[in-house]
Design a protein around this ligand. Structure first.
Ligand SMILES: [Zn+2]
Length: 68
């Protein structure tokens, strides 16, 4: 699986394999959220869930907060 897939954060972006968002959306996230999402440990999946939950609710990228 190496093909780019649809970015969940915007209507037209494509994200690379292993990425959570396209580069444009990623760069729009608050720095603190990006730092947490970049950690790959046992909580990584829980953080990804938080990101997707907020995207589903329509939270703006600039307001997405990761707490795990
Ligand atoms: Zn995007």
């Amino acid at each position: 699986m190496s093909a780019a897939t649809r970015c969940p954060g915007c209507p037209s972006g494509m994200k690379g394999p292993g990425k959570y968002l396209c580069l444009g959306c990623w760069n729009t996230l608050p720095m603190a959220s990006r730092r947490l999402l970049n950690r790959r440990d046992s909580r990584a999946f829980a953080r990804l869930r938080q990101l997707h939950t907020q995207l589903d609710r329509g939270v703006p990228l600039t307001d997405i907060r990761i707490t795990a």
